[in-house]
Design a protein around this ligand. Structure first.
Ligand code: FRU
Length: 497
């Protein structure tokens, strides 16, 4: 079996052929969720960027569509967003058709090659067939470059309260805020970022949106900022800030800033493989959560992972919501609820009391590469709990919770092919436990080459990829405490046909 078949995920989105990075242009309209993506259709490495396209009715099963945006005289097509222009503020509508407007960065590769440092401007294109094909606006670029080398990834949304379009843009290590009435004329409102958060790399792919604070009448604004490098476990990752937005300025929340300055633990995902994630426009869940998807790789090694025909997958789509703890606000994420619709065969145990080390082994009856596992361990308190996924080739992926460090971990050092990059498994990834709940709960989403860990109802998340020499077929859990109880262990096979 070649790597192609062996490593293509069972249910995470991958392009049929070619390279993929960031999700772009996420919008919902008329029953369809649209996902565009940074795409090099002609090679399995990053190169001249296009926007590939896929659609879904439930955010889980994706259908790839024809390429939506091709490079043009202003450059290749870098990351950006899309909105549904319901009120035809752009005047792009024809024959009553509602325009979908994409805003993206034109990256001039010729200028870059010629050594010019200023090579990025912002442009728009519109679609009158619900996102299938686009016409570039003749007035491009709509935002010229003021002399900044990294000036990209416009994320637009409708600011309900003020009745204006608001766009956030990454500029070096800052975020610039702009407003517009028609998506063509943009006014610079403010700048955010100096001296705040992590600055160990370039800021990229911002997103700005309000969220209700669970269990309160309060609303707060969330600013997502991807950074490369500078992630909590090396390489690329996405940090976030909580505050208020008055239509002009993003003001960081005081309690949030205080906690941030104590210790930066505000990452959408602490794993190494969730980058450049952003949210869908024109869509929310019934309880007001935003829908999010990330690129499931890391710039440290994305170009050399062992697949040939295609490279990179996306994370499972997630719901983002806000909670308020004793100290400050926190972003939590969980897989979208629609995933439940794919549950098939189930193995479940309740109240297993274990004396000794190994608790559970194998689940031969259930495939471990299209699986959802939910567990609860009461009073997890002493020592280390280690889950281990293994196969007949001696590969093992280990993950779990070290209660003494109060940290979660993922160790992919022996998980199969790792030698393609020395950065891939040079360390064990760790994440702080942020909840102080007595019981430790987790949701584990497994595909052939990825694990997504949602601990404590999504308060700490870790996403990591791996490339075993044969599918993982056995799962065990051990602890170095003498006895412990599992309140719940539920293994669901997910079926996708
Ligand atoms: C993030 C990023 C973006 C850019 C795109 C280019 O991964 O570097 O800033 O628009 O990728 O493909």
């Amino acid at each position: 079996v070649d790597n192609e078949e062996m490593y293509r995920p069972n249910f995470h989105f991958t392009p049929k052929k070619g390279w993929m990075n960031d999700p772009n242009g996420l919008f919902y309209y008329n029953g369809y969720y649209h996902l565009y993506f940074q795409h090099n259709p002609d090679d399995n490495k990053w190169g001249p960027m296009h926007w590939g396209h896929a659609t879904s009715t439930d955010l889980i099963t994706w259908k790839e569509q024809p390429i939506a945006l091709y490079p043009d005289e202003l450059g290749t097509i870098f990351s950006g967003s899309a909105v549904v222009d319901i009120d035809n503020t752009t005047g792009f509508s024809q024959k009553e058709k509602t325009p979908v407007v994409a805003m993206y960065t034109n990256h001039d590769m010729e200028a870059e090659k010629a050594g010019k440092i200023v090579d990025e401007v912002q442009s728009i294109a519109y679609s009158l067939d619900e996102g299938l094909t686009f016409t570039k606006y003749e007035g491009n670029p709509v935002v010229k470059n003021p002399g900044i080398p990294d000036f990209r990834d416009p994320k637009v949304d409708w600011d309900e309260e003020r009745g204006q379009w608001v766009m956030v843009l990454a500029a070096g290590q800052e975020i610039k805020f702009y407003a517009s009435k028609d998506l063509k004329d943009w006014e610079l409102l403010s700048v955010f970022g100096e001296g705040i958060g992590n600055h160990d790399g370039v800021w990229e792919c911002p997103d700005l949106f309000p969220l209700p604070v669970k269990g309160t009448d309060e609303q707060k604004w969330v600013l997502l900022v991807s950074i490369n490098p500078g992630g909590p476990n090396t390489g690329s990752a996405t940090q976030y800030f909580i505050g208020d937005f008055d239509g002009k300025t993003f003001k960081i929340d005081e309690s949030f800033q205080k906690e941030l300055e104590k210790e930066h633990r505000f990452w959408v995902d602490f794993g190494r493989d969730n980058y450049a994630g952003v949210t869908w426009s024109n869509a929310r869940t019934a309880d007001g959560s935003k829908l999010f998807i990330g690129w499931m790789s890391n710039w440290l090694y994305a170009n050399v992972v062992p697949t040939e025909q295609w490279r990179s997958a996306n994370t499972i789509a997630r719901e983002l919501s806000l909670i308020k703890g004793d100290d400050t606000y926190r972003l939590v994420s969980l897989p979208v609820k629609q995933l439940k619709n794919y549950r098939g065969k189930k193995v479940a145990d309740t109240d297993i009391s274990i004396a000794g080390k190994t608790v559970l082994t194998t689940t031969q009856t259930i495939s471990l590469s299209q699986t959802e596992i939910n567990f609860e361990i009461p009073n997890a308190s002493i020592g280390k709990y280690t889950f281990s996924l293994s196969n007949s080739k001696g590969d093992a992926l280990k993950f779990g919770y070290d209660t003494i460090e109060n940290k979660f971990f993922v160790d992919r050092g022996q998980s199969g092919q790792t030698g393609f990059s020395e950065k891939f498994s040079d360390r064990i990834a760790k994440a702080p436990r942020l909840s102080n709940a007595k019981n430790w709960t987790g949701k584990i989403i497994l595909d052939k080459t990825s694990i997504e860990l949602f601990y404590d109802d999504g308060q700490t998340v870790m996403t990591e990829i791996f490339f075993p020499n044969a599918p993982f077929e056995s799962l065990s859990l051990e602890s170095d405490t003498d006895t412990f109880t599992l309140n719940k262990l539920e293994i669901h096979q997910l079926n996708f046909n």
